[in-house]
Design a protein around this ligand. Sequence first.
Ligand code: AMP
Ligand code: GLY
Length: 424
Amino acid sequence: MKVLVVGGGGREHTLVWKLKQSPRVTEVYCAPGNAGMAGEAVCVKIGAEDVDALLKFALDEGIGLTVVGPEAPLTLGIVDKFRAAGLRIFGASQKAAALEGSKVLAKEIMAKYNIPTAGYADFTDAAKAAAYIRENGAPCVVKADGLAAGKGVIVAMDEQAALDAVKLIMEDRAFGDSGNRLVVEEYLEGEEVSILAFTDGTAVIPMVSSQDHKRIFDNDEGPNTGGMGAYSPAPVYTKDLEPFVFDKILVPTIEGMRAEGRTYEGVIYAGLMITKDGPKVLEYNARFGDPETQAVLIRLETDLVDIIEAIIDKKLAGMDIKWHEESAVCVVMAAGGYPGSYSKGAVISGLDEAAAAGATVFHAGTAAKDGQIVTNGGRVLGVTALGKTIPEAISNVYKAVEKITWDGVQYRKDIGRKALKHLR
Ligand code: AMP
Ligand code: GLY
């Protein structure tokens, strides 16, 4: 079977890498893909959001299964269009992906189905939002309703920062129409964890837990990024939290979506805050996380094609999904200047040495130039290693990271450190 992966980042390289291992897959295509996966997939020059061109390609090429990485094509309805054309595709439908595409919808679903989350109010009017903030004070969190490439959430520690956020979203329209509405949310304290689950719309099977590192600098300092590293499992997510998250968060979300006529199929990603009152939902994503996928899928033992086919055929219930016991750590290596402006085209050295050191190097923003691999994005590589324990995986991954360099490279030195306090 020919498989098409939509997207071109580290998450998609990881999907290609895992799908390629399936004996049922003859050829993997990736649109647009990146230089680092060129040995494993045929890169197709079609953007991830060019749904019509992707559909034509899949029909012409006889693609048996399409797997969607990023949220944008999902919210554009790629799954609905492929299905209407009789193609098999893995991901959330447009109506289901709205759970990520609209923060207001997500909050309404959580309120209606009693899913634990931060208290909130939503607004279409900047003056009313400002009045609410003045009345309720800070800290609070201001969120643009629509997609904003991960930048539409402003954690405001004082009232002025919250008022500035309202202005940025609604008056300066920094995120365009995504700022037609906004949510002002109660500020939650605790440690974050990412719980991803497979679902066919009825059955829900959680994956192993993971934790992202959103800030650019060590000790969670500096601005937010797309994610600077991840590890799995996340020991903050203790065994006794699992039934609560399953029964009170994952299952009611999927049942609620079905009841709303938004049957949810694919991967649901619940970003949780483990507060002193228990886990609460910060956000939903309608897809695999990046870089969580690198740390999670490297631990997946079961054939991913089998899982995806079970989901498409609505036969996920009771499936025995197996995971490697080992822990995984992924360190993102980024271009200097990221998440601000950065340059491209620096020659990357040490990739083979890192692989020889036992790591799997997933590419995100890379390109091939004159026979060399060069930087071509903000997040460039996701170097990932396994170990018997988190400390061992940390040690393994940094041995490999240290082999790789380029002009201006930056990465966090503390990926996984937060896990250690729970392990002591
Ligand atoms: P989101 O895109 O909704 O996940 O928000 C991005 C980040 O903002 C999260 O990963 C949290 O670190 C932070 N955040 C979002 N909502 C809240 C909240 N209610 N309280 C505290 N931090 C939050
Ligand atoms: N790692 C955060 C995300 O994928 O949204």
